[in-house]
Structures are given as C-alpha cells and as structure tokens.
Write a protein that binds this ligand. Sequence first.
Ligand SMILES: [Zn+2]
Length: 422
Amino acid sequence: MLSWACKWRNFKRHNFAAEFLGCRHFEKLPKSKRYCRETIGSSILCSQNDPNLLSSLKLNDARIIYSVAAAMGHNQESHPESHLRVPAIVSALDRMELSAKFRGTEIIELDHFKPASVDDVASVHSKNYVAGLQKAMDQASQQGLIYIERTGPTYATASTYQESLVAAGAGLALVDSVVAAAESSHNPPVGFALIRPPGHHAIPKGPMGFCVFGNVAVAARHVQRVHGLKRVFIIDFDVHHGNGTNDAFYDDPDIFFLSTHQDGSYPGTGRVVEVGHGDGEGTTLNLPLPGGSGDIAMRTVFDEVIVPCAQRFKPDIILVSAGYDAHVLDPLASLQFTTGTYYSLAANIKQLAKDLCKGRCVFFLEGGYNLESLSHSVADSFRAFLGETSLAREFDNPAVLYEEPLTKVKQAIDKVKTIHSL
Ligand SMILES: [Zn+2]
C-alpha cells in the first residue's frame, strides 16, 4: 500500500475553478510572535512578564479579538485560495479603521501565539497524514509546488506544513482568550481567526478542497480537552459543505455540526438526510440551499433552523466556519448573500452565543475568493460585533441581484425542520 506521502504529485497547470465547480447539478445562474496559551481560571499566565501578552483586564474591555495567519508562503499563482486573501482583509480593516491600531481597547489583535502542536492536530487527523505532510515538505522544497489529486485541487509548498500549524494555532489561542474572558465578563469579545489555509474540507485522513488541517475541528477538540467545555455548536455558512468537520464529528453527540451550503456544490456531500450516526444521530444538520438563495433565505434559516437547533442543543461555546464565498460576487458559487447578509449573521450569532453560552464565540475564516466582497463582508462582520451600523449599503449593488427561489427555499427549510423535528 502506498504511504500517504506518495500520493503527492508534481504540480501541473490546473483549471481550479472548473474542478471546484465540476460537481453534480451545478448550474451558473443568470445575471449575474508567540502567545502563552496556558490559562488558570480567568487569567492568562505570562502577561505580567511580557507587555505583548494580554492581561485579562484588557481582554474584558475588548469587543473583538482577532489573530492573523496569512500563510504567505502557501501560495500558487492564479489559485483562488491565494496568499492575497488575508492581507486584503487586514488592509480593509485598517482602511476602515476597524483594526487594533485604530480602536485601542475595543479591538485587539492577538499577535503572540504558538503554532498548533502535532498532538493538537492529531486530535482530528490521523498521525499518518500529519507525518506524511511533514515529510512531503522535502519534496515540495525541491519541486517548489506539489499537489494531491482528487482533492479539489489542494496544493502544498515548502512552508505549507508549518504555516498550517500556525493557522490552527491562531484559532486555538483565540479560543483560549475568549474562554478566559467569559469567566469574568458577561460580554466577552468575539474571536475572529483571519487564517489560511482554510480547514473545513480537510478530512481526518488528509487534505481536501484547498484545506490542510481542520482548524475549526481542531479547536472544537481543544475546547473539550483543555477547557472542559463539553458541548460545541459549529455553524458553517461557507457556500460549500464542510465535509471534513462533518466527518470528524459524525458520530459524536457532543459536537453539533450545522452546515448551510449551495445544493450540488463542491464536494457534493451534505445532503439533508445526512444527520449523524450512532450516538451522534441528530447532531449533524445539513441544509443544502437552492442556487440563488440570498439574504431572505439566510435570515429565515437563522430564525427557523439555527436558533431552535442551538437552543435545544445548549452549547458551551459556538464556533463558526465563516466562509464568504456565498457572496453574490464570489466567483466559485451561485448564492446571493450580500455584505448585509454577513452583517446580520455576525450580529445574530454573537447574540445567540450571549443568550446560550456566556458569549463564547469564535469565527474561523474559511472560503471567500473575491477579495473585495470578502474584505468588505469581514469588515461589516466586525461592525456587527461592535454594535455599529452596517455600511452594507455602500458596498452592495442591488442591480446584480435577482429574485431568490423562495418556494424552493421554503421546501428545503421545511424538509430539514421535519427531519430534525424543529
Ligand atoms: Zn467554500
């Protein structure tokens, strides 16, 4: 049997969009520095010794805490999952004065965090995969770029292994900070990991769909293992099904995975009948939405599916796979979310976390390939967390929208409500 590392192939030129889109039923619609993670109770250790580390007081004053891991070495020319994505968001946040340097105590950047350890990542992925990826770095160093076939083409460069550990670590450090802040504040900051490579397609045995390690899944296990918070509710609003997260927790009754995605989009999984297995039956909810679904659809889904589901589950923390590729301007899919949709989602999820789990909530960047709509939507999510007015009207152009297929949307929602007794 071939070892995992042997499956890596030399890079050859590839039509990524075509492969990512080349799935069942697809139809293009018309018109269109190191951080100390050790915590005891509510205080973060080491903060008195290092001025760069956060005191719990500073944490409690903040409304948003974010971390940045741009993975600048993990890049392939013309690939949509590019190293320009995170810098585009960061520069939009700066331009709109929504970053740490402009907002003092309200918004803080966690810039000292350590990479995830092999054990962290191996809580979700097989050790064989993790070791195989590390080994494959020698091959990538020699050849510049390698990729694995049949994975919705996922590439690797010489720095992919290390940068993927940094991305996962950036998420874990945020979880630690938010959990610590919630011990002493009723209104802890929302965490936002501005990281890549993304994670929700990566399966336990390997990479997939531009994703290397399942950042949100690794964080969910960390929450349980390190903080003793048992029940984790994961909301995945990326336009694609988060199959990796789905698979990691398919039989786990303590981790609820709820994914909305475009029906028929990559990778073709996430049918409404996929509800979990064994003890985990009922704690996976997949809601495929018809192409063209937009703001009305998602607001209805939030009220009629996400809220009752989360209320019934009673989570200790909410983690979010925040993909911005359901935006109407995104090149990889055909939903019609707008900047305003993402503002509402951010505001509503923050409120849900406040109502159900002491405000513990961390967002993880997943997809989003139009740099402008991606960065504007993340910026408006920040405004929602701050309780500031949305600027969606400045960014959204109603002329590019067409009528949502609301009859089909209602059918999809009714079906999932019946299956899950909502
Ligand atoms: Zn996606």
